[in-house]
Ligand binder design. Structure first.
Ligand SMILES: [Fe+2]
Length: 337
């Protein structure tokens, strides 16, 4: 029988793959952003700065402070990479979110499970490079996509087993049999998945099952409770797979961004560490907007390990600040074993 041997929670934000001296690219995008989400409200940069003036974030975004934050993250990513490779996974079940990479306005499933034969992580095109450069994250693209196209096999039997289980458990998931295309050709693998292969697996093409959660976009984001319960269902699907395989569950993304909220992150990390289901699922949904919503990928992962004797070990929590208004990305790295 398949066995869950490890859980991982990891941030994947572009600042991890961008030299800290270039974090201003994203800071400038924040300055233009009129929809900065923070604790249930929406701000432009100036009003956010006025709200958070007393926190003196300017002192935490000096060149030295940025370099220290970045270095701490790289140390933990190296450790996570070693842990993941040492676990000798046969399959990864990666929970991520689609940020208009595969899904656009035509369709936006709450939960999608990919069950085709393979996915491709493509070398970035000129158009992709230009798009990400405009968004201030050009330097990070190599953190998600390889210099040459790569193919990762899907653990199709497991994906189908998981879909059957989720349908039994009351989750009407979208099944994806092929990587989507548009007029330019195949759409690239999402950053939530590509980052795991590039940074943690060092391009090893370990088979996977991609779980796509719409954490980001109204109106059909799942609640924290649904995310946790989906995780439990995924774990049942893995346990029901009649194959002697070592499976690693990964929650990819978060924690709070693009406005860092250390209080929210600390509450969630405490809940994950204690395995307190009421606390994990009880946080107000209005707190999980924009990039912060990716914390829900961790909630799914927490649900996947809920019925094991695994405990979360927090390797580090590193709020990375890029502007005086407290914008940036709070990074967290953890294992469940
Ligand atoms: Fe993301």
């Amino acid at each position: 029988m398949a066995k869950l041997v490890l859980g991982i929670g990891t941030s994947h934000g572009s600042m991890l793959s961008t030299p800290p001296a270039q974090w201003d690219g994203r800071a400038n995008a924040d300055r233009r952003n009129k929809e900065l989400a923070f604790r249930g409200k929406t701000y432009d940069f100036e009003s956010l700065l006025a709200l958070r003036q007393a926190d003196d974030f300017a002192a935490r975004t000096t060149p030295d402070a940025r370099a220290a934050q970045h270095a701490r993250c790289q140390t933990q990513l190296d450790i996570l990479s070693d842990i993941l490779i040492a676990a000798r996974p046969d399959v990864l079940v990666i929970v991520g979110d689609d940020q208009h990479e595969w899904f656009q306005a035509e369709i936006q499933p709450t939960f999608g499970i990919f069950c085709g034969a393979q996915v491709m992580n493509l070398a970035p095109t000129k158009e992709e490079m230009e798009h990400h450069t405009r968004e201030g994250r050009g330097p990070s693209i190599a953190g998600n996509h390889p210099p040459q196209d790569q193919t990762y096999p899907i653990a199709k039997d497991l994906a189908e087993r998981i879909i059957a289980q989720s349908m039994d458990d009351g989750f009407d998931v979208a099944a994806m049999m092929a990587q989507p295309k548009d007029a330019h050709g195949m759409k690239n693998l999402g950053h939530a998945y590509g980052f795991i292969y590039r940074r943690l697996l060092k391009d090893q093409a370990v088979p996977l099952v991609p779980i796509l959660v719409n954490t980001f976009y109204p109106p059909n984001q799942p609640s924290p409770r649904r995310c946790f319960d989906l995780g439990k269902s995924l774990a049942r699907g893995i346990a029901a797979w009649d194959e002697d395989a070592r499976v690693v569950a990964i929650g990819s993304g978060g924690l709070s961004h693009f406005v860092v909220d250390e209080e929210l992150d600390q509450r969630m990390l405490a809940a994950f560490q204690s395995g307190n289901e009421a606390a994990i699922t009880g946080e107000a949904d209005t707190n999980f907007r924009s990039g912060t919503s990716e914390t829900k990928n961790w909630i799914v992962a927490a649900g996947m390990v809920a019925d094991t004797n695994f405990k979360m070990k927090l390797l580090d929590y590193v709020p990375c600040y890029r502007s005086e208004a407290g914008t940036g990305n709070a990074m967290a790295f953890a294992t469940w074993s």
